[in-house]
Design a protein around this ligand. Sequence first.
Ligand SMILES: [Zn+2]
Length: 390
Amino acid sequence: MTPSSMTLLGARCWDGDAWIDAPIHLQGGLVVERPARDGVVVDLRDQDATILPGLVDAHTHLGIPPLHPNAAGMTDVALDDVMMQSARIHIKAGVTTVRDLGELRGRNHVWAERQHASDWTGPRIVQYGTPLTVTDGHCAWMGHACDGPDAADQAARRELELGADGVKLMVSGGLSSQGTDARGLLMDAASIQAACNVARNRSAPVAAHVMGGPGLQTAARMGVTSIEHGYWMSREDADVMAAHGVMWVPTMTVPWLVAERVPFGDATPSEAMAQLAREAREAQHASMQHALAAGLHIVAGTDYAPGTLADEIRLMSEAGVPTDDALRAATSSAAKLLRLADVGHLRTGAHADVLVVQGDPRRDMRVLTRPMMVIRGGVVVHDERANATA
Ligand SMILES: [Zn+2]
């Protein structure tokens, strides 16, 4: 699809790091400095619009339905169907880049290739292949069972050789894994270190799923790049993470949705899961205060339900993250974690990934749930304005 040459005129623009009052020019799939001679002008000035970079969801799974009774038995065709639906939901929600943190049979490797097709209109995909876990650990049904450093070393090597952009570790139990200790350290320090060593030698990042407990500090000390979830985080945990430069993806929407037993696909969380989620929801507000006091680099990710990134940012700001930092968490700060220099901002040379919403997120974050226009690589992939006039 050919990218359009376009100038977006709007009263407000969040460029990924600051508020600016300038038009945005797009040409050849990139943000450019000057308007193209034959470019279309989209005048948003009288529409109370805000222009932002396309959002970045740093923790998703396009495919795995965690509550599906027979998720492990899904065929590639069925999995691809779910992944396509998720990709569409992300784009419609203004998410133009995702980090897929784990799929059954490494299906995300295949999808990372698909994004390079000329007719691809889904989000950009950064992916960490199949996660490393332990026998009977979190997501054991889909991950590599690594019961010791040798197995962790081999699995990390294999994923990176297959083309993964990073390594995902399941360090503790999780909300969806009944019978595992949500805060227990399931993967031993030596295995975490073995995976981190492999990743470091290849300049690849490591994302560690840790709900809380001793795994937070162990993973931080062993050299992971980010902690995913961390619902039960003490001040000391946050300080250790900060000292090691570890970023945090709090995935606040997960306990928020699971606690209310919001269905995922055709399955509803059990009452036991919902109870644990309520405890996590209670705990995560204190965790956020510790993270803010320690000055952690905070990044937005949804994990459970595609299309809820705007809710994630709102929950962050309600928990005390300053508005601009909450916006950074889903734009420039997220791009930093994904190691992508050309997304998450609208400076000259960035990919022409743009989200337009009606209203001012500084006044009400909920405006982000209603995208007016989504542009991906200069191609308009969602346009409510067109629907309104059709
Ligand atoms: Zn996840």
